[in-house]
Design a protein around this ligand. Sequence first.
Ligand SMILES: Nc1ncnc2c1ncn2[C@@H]1O[C@H](COP(=O)(O)OP(=O)(O)OP(=O)(O)O)[C@@H](O)[C@H]1O
Length: 249
Amino acid sequence: MTDTVLSVEGICKSFGALKASDDVSLDLRPGEIHALIGPNGAGKSTLIAQIAGGLKPDAGRVRFLGRDVTALDTVQRARLGLGRTFQISALAMEDTVLQNAMLGALGAQGRPFRFFRPVLRDTALREVAESALDRVGLADRAAMRTADLSHGQRRQLEVAVALTLSPHAFLMDEPMAGLGASGSKRLTEFLDGLRAQAPILLVEHDMDAVFALADRISVLDYGRIIATGNVDEIRTHPDVRRAYLGDEA
Ligand SMILES: Nc1ncnc2c1ncn2[C@@H]1O[C@H](COP(=O)(O)OP(=O)(O)OP(=O)(O)O)[C@@H](O)[C@H]1O
């Protein structure tokens, strides 16, 4: 257990008769990228929402840094260092890149950023935000309007927002979505280096990225984990090929 940053133990969640999470257990270890894959509707986003704290499981627990966080909300988990990027962008398009990095960091800390504009003059916070932008390669875009960033750059900005919290683990929900080939390649390289700072639980449909990045892969199907293993084990797993990979693998 000491070698686990984050763990999910026996999570169950139903929507009416539908079991979206059916006794799911998995863990995230230091330095790894653990990919969560599965067909549409398999329950990936539902699981991530329960790990992040936005959705309460019917049963089971979530542990983070050795602590049971099942009863904590998203803000409390973020403060403990659970960083998250979203499937749908939460960025303010009219604000600059730097403002988003600063305000996003405050928002994740639960401070009411929309009523807190003077905070933009907070030098310490600005430094944290600038350093995060630098890490993701957006330092020279800090003064740009977020709406003028490319899709890939917005994805990197979301990672920068998560970085401002110095997370101990990342939850990422389809970071490659909507990126072209070169954008995916760049983000793949970036995530490859990021795992050294904090391990990543990665929900992703882009199998090239998953196979390039994942130390381990867990496969969800109808709310259940049908396999967990390294890339080769998952590529060749008969149930996984049947449920998800088909003949592409
Ligand atoms: N709030 C909700 N109320 C009712 N059903 C829901 C709710 N959220 C999700 N579901 C259902 O739970 C199942 C799992 O959905 P979820 O979005 O977690 O799947 P997913 O694997 O993330 O899919 P995708 O790859 O398409 O994003 C689906 O059948 C979905 O329709």
